[in-house]
Design a binder for this molecule. Structure first.
Ligand SMILES: Cc1ncc(COP(=O)(O)O)c(C=O)c1O
Length: 361
C-alpha cells in the first residue's frame, strides 16, 4: 500500500531540549493514519501530528475495541536509525487483532509504515546518550454504533515521542492479592487497551504506599508470580556454585514481551541455565530466606531491564542485594542496550535499519 505524505508546515523540534523531555510529553511532528472500511485497508497517510475528529459513540470508546503496541528506535553513534525487532511487534499486533475481532494489517505494512514515518521524523530520534524514540502503533474501531458486535471500521495510527530513561532507579514493588491483571481465557497474553485501565487502581494504591508498581499473581490461585507492572519478571538464584535464572512461563495470562524473549536469548548466550516455569511467591520468600535469591529484574520496551530492589508481600519484605553487587541483570542490560544502539554486533539480526532509501515494496 503506497503511503502519502503531508508534511507539517513547521517543525516543533528546534529549540527543544530532548535531554529534559519527560516521558510522553512532547510528540513528534508527524503521525501515520490508515483507515479500514468496506473490508479493506486504504489510503495510509503520514500527516502532521494532531487531533482526530471522532464521534463519541465509536466502539473503541464504548467497548474498548482497541489494541496497541510499543517499540523504540535508537540513533547509533554513526547516525543510523535502528528499530528493535519490529517484526515481533507486528506479529503481536496481529495476535491482539485476532483476539478482539479486529482485521489484521496487510503483510509487511506494519514495518513499512514505521519505516516511512521514521524517515519523515528521523530528526526526532535522540542520540543514544540521551534516550530513544518511543513508537506507539494503535488500532481501534471507529464504528459509529453502540451495538455490541464485531466492528467494521477501524483506524491504524502510529505516533512517536522522544524520551530519556523510564525507570532509572531500582524499584520497590508490592505484591497485590487484591487485584488480578489477567486470568485463563482472558486477554493477558495480548495488548488490548482494556487490559490497562483496571490496573491503574492497583498501581495507584501501590504508589500511595511508596512502591513504584505492583507484582501480579495469577488469577486462580493468587500464588504464582506472573508479571511486575508492565514488565515481565526474572529471578536470579545462586545455589552453591551454580547460578540460574527463573522466569514465569507463558501460559496464556502473561504478555510474551519482546524484551523478555530477547533477555532469554542473551542469557542463553551467556550460558546461563534458565528455568521457564511457574514460581510461587512462597518460593521467592524461601529463596530469599536461604540467601539464594540474588537478583530480581523486570523487562519491557520502555524500561529495558529494570532492577528490583524490594518486594513486599503481606508483612514481609524481600530486600535484594544492591545493584553494584549484581552481575546477571546488569550484564544482560548492557548487552541489550549495546545491540539496540548499534554499539555491539547483532548476531541474532534483531535491529532493523531505517535507511534513507525508500523500501522496495
Ligand atoms: C503487561 C505487560 N507486560 C510486559 C510488557 C513488556 O513487553 P515488551 O518487552 O514487548 O515491551 C509490557 C509492555 O508491552 C506489558 O504491557
Amino acid at each position: 500500500m503506497p503511503i502519502s505524505v503531508e508534511r507539517a508546515s513547521q517543525s516543533r523540534l528546534p529549540g527543544l531540549d530532548l535531554a529534559s523531555v519527560p516521558f510522553s510529553s512532547v510528540f513528534s511532528d508527524h503521525m501515520l493514519v490508515a483507515e479500514y472500511a468496506d473490508g479493506a485497508w486504504k489510503d495510509p497517510v503520514i500527516q502532521p501530528y494532531g487531533p482526530l475528529s471522532l464521534v463519541p459513540n465509536i466502539s473503541a470508546l464504548q467497548y474498548g475495541v482497541s489494541i496497541f503496541e510499543g517499540l523504540k528506535a535508537h540513533r547509533a553513534a554513526d547516525d543510523r536509525i535502528l528499530l528493535f525487532r519490529p517484526y515481533e511487534n507486528a506479529r503481536r499486533l496481529n495476535r491482539s487483532s485476532s483476539r478482539l475481532s479486529i482485521p489484521s494489517l496487510p503483510d509487511g505494512f506494519f514495518v513499512n509504515a514505521l519505516h516511512e514515518l521514521l524517515q519523515v521524523d528521523e530528526a526526532w530520534v535522540p542520540p543514544a546518550s540521551i534516550g530513544a524514540l518511543y513508537i506507539r502503533p494503535c488500532l481501534f474501531s471507529t464504528d459509529e454504533s453502540v451495538r455490541v458486535k464485531p466492528a467494521e471500521r477501524f483506524l491504524f495510527v502510529i505516533f512517536t515521542f522522544p524520551f530519556g530513561s523510564y525507570y532509572s532507579t531500582p524499584l520497590d514493588v508490592l505484591v497485590t492479592e487484591k487485584y488480578v491483571r489477567a486470568f485463563p481465557g482472558g486477554t493477558g497474553d495480548v495488548k488490548p487497551a482494556g487490559n490497562y485501565a483496571p490496573c491503574l487502581v492497583a498501581d495507584q494504591e501501590a504508589h500511595d504506599l511508596g512502591f513504584a508498581t505492583v507484582m501480579w499473581l495469577d488469577g486462580v490461585h493468587h500464588r504464582y508470580i506472573e508479571e511486575c507492572g508492565v514488565m515481565n519478571v526474572f529471578f536470579v538464584v545462586q545455589q552453591g556454585n551454580n547460578t540460574k535464572v527463573i522466569t514465569p512461563d507463558l501460559g496464556g495470562t502473561i504478555l510474551p514481551g519482546v524484551t523478555r524473549d530477547t533477555t532469554l536469548q542473551l542469557l542463553r548466550d551467556m550460558e546461563m541455565p534458565i528455568e521457564e516455569r511457574r514460581i510461587a511467591i512462597d518460593e521467592v520468600l524461601g529463596l530469599h530466606a536461604s540467601g539464594e535469591l540474588i537478583e530480581c529484574f523486570g523487562t519491557g520496551t520502555a524500561a529495558t531491564i529494570s532492577h528490583i530492589r524490594r518486594i513486599r508481600y503481606r508483612d514481609q519484605d524481600v530486600l535484594l542485594p544492591p545493584v553494584e553487587d549484581r552481575t546477571i541483570g546488569p550484564r544482560a542490560r548492557e548487552r541489550l542496550v549495546a545491540i539496540m544502539t548499534g554499539h555491539a554486533p547483532d548476531p541474532h539480526g534483531w535491529t532493523y535499519e531505517v535507511c534513507s532509501q525508500p523500501l522496495a515494496a
